[in-house]
Every structure is written in C-alpha cells, then in structure tokens.
Design a protein around this ligand. Structure first.
Ligand code: NAD
Ligand code: LMR
Length: 329
C-alpha cells in the first residue's frame, strides 16, 4: 500500500469545498492506486456541516480515501500537519456588484496565520494553491508569512480563467475544447486580467488566424473572460463553485505532471521579474511544469496592446500589495 498523499482543504464545507473534496477522494487527481488522506478545515460554526461532508465521504466508499481529519480553523497547525498539498479555499466570496479586490481587507488577514501554520506544520514537499479571493494577493500574504517555504511552491488560481477562455475560443471556432492550447492568463485573477489570445492555438494554428476577427477578440473575448465571475454571480446569485473546484483540481494536476511539449498552463506564481513584473509579486503567467516545479514560458513577444493590458493588471497587483503591506511579514 502506498503512503497516502495528505491534502488539506480550508473552507471544506463551503460551496467550492463541497464540489472539491469528493473528487479529491475519488482517485481522479492522484490516480486510482494512490491513497489520499483529507484534512478538512472549517471555522467553528461550520463544523456541523463538515460532519455531514465527512458522512457523505464515508458513504461514497472510495477505495482511495485513506482517512479524513476534521480540524477547526483555530488549530490551523493541526490542519496542515504533514500535508503535501494545501488548497486554501476558506474565505468570503464577493456578492453582486462587488469586485474581488473589495474583499482584500476581509479575507487578507486569514492568510497571515495560514502562511505561518503551513510553514510550521506541513510536509517538506508541500505545494499550496490559493483559491480564496483576491487570490493573488492572499497568496502573496501567505507566502510572505512563510519565508522558509520555497517560493516555487505557491500558486494562486487563474486556471478557471484559462478554462473559460479556452471554451470561448472553442465555441467561436466550432472546435472541441481539447483543440485549444497555449491559453495564457496574465496578471491578476480579476477584471484586469489579460487572457492572451495571441499565443493560443486551435488545432495547432494561431487562434487569431483561425478566428480571423480581431475586433471579436478585443471587444468580446477579453471582456467576457474578465467578467465571467461576475456574470455567474449575477445569474446564480452565488459565485462559481463547481467550475472553481474543477479548476483547482486542474491546477493540482497541471502542477503535478509534466506539461505536454509545446503547451503551457496558467497559474499565478511568485514572479522572478520575467516580463518586467516586480519580483516577488504573485502574477499570472504561462507555466511549464516538470511535475515538481515550473518554469515561466519565455520569449513571448507582446505588441503594444498586450503590453498595455499587462501593465494595467500589474499596476492593480501593485496597489493590492500596498493595501496589505502591514500583513506582509
Ligand atoms: P463559501 O462561502 O460557500 O465557502 C467558504 C467556506 O470557507 C465557508 O464554509 C466558511 O465557513 C469557510 N471559511 C471562512 N473563513 C474561513 C477560515 N478562516 N478558515 C477556514 N474556513 C473558512 O464560498 P465559496 O463559494 O466556496 O468560495 C470560497 C472562496 O473562493 C471565495 O473567496 C471566492 O471568491 C473564491 N473563488 C475563487 C475563484 C478563483 O478562480 N480563484 C473562483 C471561485 C471562487
Ligand atoms: C470567479 O472567477 O468565478 C471567482 O473568482 C468568484 C468571483 O468573485 O468572481
């Protein structure tokens, strides 16, 4: 029997948590012969609901589920003890009419203790995916409160944006989603993000050539992807949950496997200064994984339009960083 991979999920009884933990337990992410132990973390008022989640996990009788440990968020070090993966979902979602950045002083403070506890208690090979919004800056806060954890272990989620963008391109071109590759999301998981159609390919051909309609990319594709989260909130009355959980699992899978030749995947990671971004900011980039660590895809040339978009999202992240500078240890 292989040693179980231990995965912590904060906010495990919330909407995303509920769409996430069953798929983690099922063997879908780490494989059918790899046991998984789940550390499920919630605030005290949500612990009864978490009991219900555990009952349902039991009732699925997943052969890959090695065990469940439920932890109250007042004891975060117990929650992250020996974890190989930490999925930081627990936080407040925005409501109608809000931007994700409006949550910064509400959710930001959660991530100071999160960073400290991950550093104190997690396994040596821990990797962390921050989903709770504003995810880039929450990740920045946690990372800065965990200086001993190598910086390549931190990811904030832009995979949902990548998946949204791929579907828009697939639908516009009449192709299947798997025909779309090299879809990069630059910058912040916010309305300033830059979904860069110029690198995307459809069946191996440049997306701009296949679609042949520059105005569509600029006037429809970019705003649709940038504002998709708000559109879902408007329609559903609650923020994306199943698609967000799916994207979190896609991020773990992408980080944990070798990226196919010629392709890349999107996540926000600690910038090394690539593409003129301030070193240390959590910035969305196209990445290539070797299954353990990643490299930023280099050599992409940005025209003036793309440069302006990247500058706008970079400036927003600089402002967010300034807003939380008291939380960066
Ligand atoms: P939700 O309110 O349904 O669930 C959040 C859960 O977190 C709740 O059960 C709550 O009790 C718990 N929680 C709150 N504070 C906590 C803490 N300090 N420690 C542990 N648990 C805590 O919300 P949701 O729909 O699951 O969304 C969660 C977060 O994910 C929100 O911030 C949302 O904006 C964000 N989100 C991000 C993306 C992305 O692409 N990055 C996509 C969708 C949602
Ligand atoms: C999303 O992109 O759906 C999430 O970040 C939730 C939100 O607030 O938009």
């Amino acid at each position: 029997m292989k040693k179980p991979i231990r995965v912590a999920v904060t906010g495990a009884a919330g909407n995303i948590g509920y769409a996430l933990v069953f798929r983690l337990a099922s063997g879908e992410v780490f494989g059918p012969d790899q046991p998984v132990h789940l550390n499920l973390i919630e605030i005290p008022p949500a612990l009864p609901a978490l009991d219900g989640v555990e009952m349902e996990l039991d009732d699925c009788a997943f052969s890959t589920l090695a065990g469940v440990t439920k932890v109250d968020s007042d004891h975060l070090e117990d929650g992250f003890a020996d974890c190989n993966w930490v999925l930081c979902v627990g936080s407040i979602p925005r409501g109608k009419g809000m931007e994700r950045g409006d949550l910064i002083r509400v959710n930001g403070p959660i991530f100071t203790n999160t960073g400290k506890a991950i550093q104190a208690a997690s396994a040596d090979d821990v990797r962390i995916v921050v989903v709770g919004n504003p995810c880039n800056t929450n990740c920045l806060i946690a990372m800065n409160n965990a200086p001993d954890i190598p910086r390549d272990r931190w990811y904030a989620m832009t995979m949902l944006d990548q998946n949204r963008a791929k579907t828009q391109l697939a639908q516009k071109s009449g192709q299947g989603v798997s025909a779309v590759k090299r879809m990069a999301i630059w910058g912040n998981h916010s309305a300033t993000q830059f979904p860069d159609f110029s690198t995307a390919t459809i069946n191996g051909k440049p997306a701009p050539e296949v679609i042949g309609d520059d105005a569509w990319f600029k006037d429809e594709f970019i705003p649709v992807v940038q504002k998709r989260g708000a559109a879902v909130i408007q329609a559903r009355g609650a923020s994306s949950a199943a698609s967000a959980a799916n994207a979190a699992l896609d991020t773990v899978k992408a980080a944990n496997s070798k990226t196919a030749d010629g392709d890349f995947f999107s996540a926000a990671v600690c910038s090394d200064g690539s593409y003129g971004v301030d070193e240390g900011l959590i910035f969305g980039y196209p990445l290539i994984s070797d299954g353990t660590t990643w490299k930023i895809e280099q050599g992409i040339e940005h025209d003036e339009f793309a440069q302006q978009k990247i500058e706008a999202t970079l400036n927003e992240l600089r402002e967010e960083r300034d807003t939380v500078k008291d939380l960066l240890a």
